[in-house]
Design a protein around this ligand. Structure first.
Ligand SMILES: NC(=O)C1=CN([C@@H]2O[C@H](COP(=O)(O)OP(=O)(O)OC[C@H]3O[C@@H](n4cnc5c(N)ncnc54)[C@H](OP(=O)(O)O)[C@@H]3O)[C@@H](O)[C@H]2O)C=CC1
Ligand SMILES: O=C(CO)COP(=O)(O)O
Length: 329
């Protein structure tokens, strides 16, 4: 596992509980020591006991030695530089699995695309995992489901088998584009819902934004080749519900602070964990524009982030250029 944050550590627990030998690369020596010796990660998962077999090291060569599967859970914006540093250490036959839910600023690439580019990996050896998977709930072994996606169904199946425990089961699909974009886009809608909460609006506003948000997510992802069913599944609607409803969500939390009137800079300063949605807004809007997809809710999030829109003006019904009633579907 590359990354010892809340999701990297939680998913390592899942894999270890599923019977695998798991090693985590933690960039901080003291955190690696705490995981290996105390079987705890008090920075990210307070109160959670980790499996006895799990160990961590700041030495990435040691962690990757002999790995059959390499899971990656670092912030999306740091993926490329991290892969460049370990490229020669990843065993050539290893399956590489992205646990991340962002797109790269500047290139607008999905994480599996960055993996492919940086490692020169065969797409059949790459998988992505998404779904309603709030780390702390899974670390507490509350039951949930994930989706493992790969262009090669056999690869997705192998990964899903490795991640099988009493409290987590995975479905498989071959729609990598839909599975990845589902995870990215729900973060942006969760920021919008956080803004609504911060402003103090109620359930009608939230339900309207979640519903219209799913329409935006689906139109966007389908324009890039996703299957609409994927967006209606765990990696789309499922994760949208979990992230929009939960105070555990960092994207939701970031939105709430914006809705309470904090500036983007203040919000970034207050967040001590990764809120991927903040960096993904701009590249997603670039991709939307390239395909002529309207994303009124995501556009409003971008405006609130830029400080050009009062959070109180957020609404589910704005479209860019028309006062006429729009067809619902
Ligand atoms: N948390 C969750 O519930 C879920 C998260 N995800 C996704 O997982 C990915 C990782 O998120 P999550 O674990 O939650 O994030 P956290 O903020 O909890 O942890 C981030 C981890 O990455 C490390 N890190 C930070 N910056 C860098 C860098 N530049 N290079 C290398 N490592 C770095 C941190 O190290 P350090 O501690 O030293 O700063 C830490 O180990 C995200 O894409 C997120 O969307 C997906 C599903 C659920
Ligand atoms: O992806 C997640 C749940 O599925 C976690 O959401 P946050 O990154 O907003 O905490």
């Amino acid at each position: 596992m590359l990354g010892a944050g809340s999701w990297g550590t939680t998913f390592s627990k899942v894999l270890a509980d599923g019977g695998s030998d798991v090693a985590i690369w933690a960039r901080r020596t003291e955190l690696a020591r705490e995981i290996s010796q105390a079987k705890r990660n008090s920075d990210y998962l307070p109160g959670i006991n980790l499996p006895r077999t799990l160990w961590a090291s700041p030495n990435v060569a040691e962690v990757l030695d002999g790995a059959e599967m390499v899971f990656v859970s670092v912030p999306s914006q740091s993926l490329r530089e991290n892969l460049a540093a370990v490229r020669d250490l990843i065993p050539p036959e290893a399956i590489v699995v992205s646990l991340m839910k962002g797109v790269e600023r500047g290139t607008a690439r999905r994480m599996s695309q960055v993996i492919r580019e940086e490692l020169g990996a065969d797409p059949a050896q790459i998988a992505v995992i998404s779904g309603p998977n709030l780390a702390l709930e899974i670390a507490k072994e509350e039951p949930t489901a994930s989706v493992v996606s790969s262009e090669n169904l056999a690869t997705a199946t192998l990964v899903a088998m490795a991640a099988r425990t009493d409290y987590l089961r995975s479905f498989v699909n071959t729609d990598v584009i839909g599975t990845e974009f589902g995870g990215v886009l729900k973060n942006l809608i969760a920021v919008a819902i956080g803004i609504v909460d911060g402003v103090g609006y109620g359930e009608n506003t939230k339900a309207s934004i979640i519903t219209r948000g799913l329409v935006e997510m689906t139109e966007f992802a389908v324009a890039y080749g996703a299957r609409p069913e994927t967006l209606a599944g765990l990696a789309g609607l499922g994760d949208l519900i979990a992230t929009c409803e939960s105070p555990l969500s960092r994207n939701n939390t970031a939105g709430r602070l914006l809705g309470q009137g904090y500036s983007f800079t203040d919000v970034v300063a207050q967040m001590n964990q990764t809120a991927e949605g903040l960096a993904s807004v701009a590249p997603i809007l670039e991709l939307a524009m390239a395909k002529g997809v309207e994303m009124p809710i995501v556009s409003q999030v971008a405006e609130v982030l830029a400080g050009t829109m009062n959070p109180k003006d957020i609404a589910p019904h704005l479209t860019s250029n028309s006062d006429e009633p729009q067809p619902e579907n």
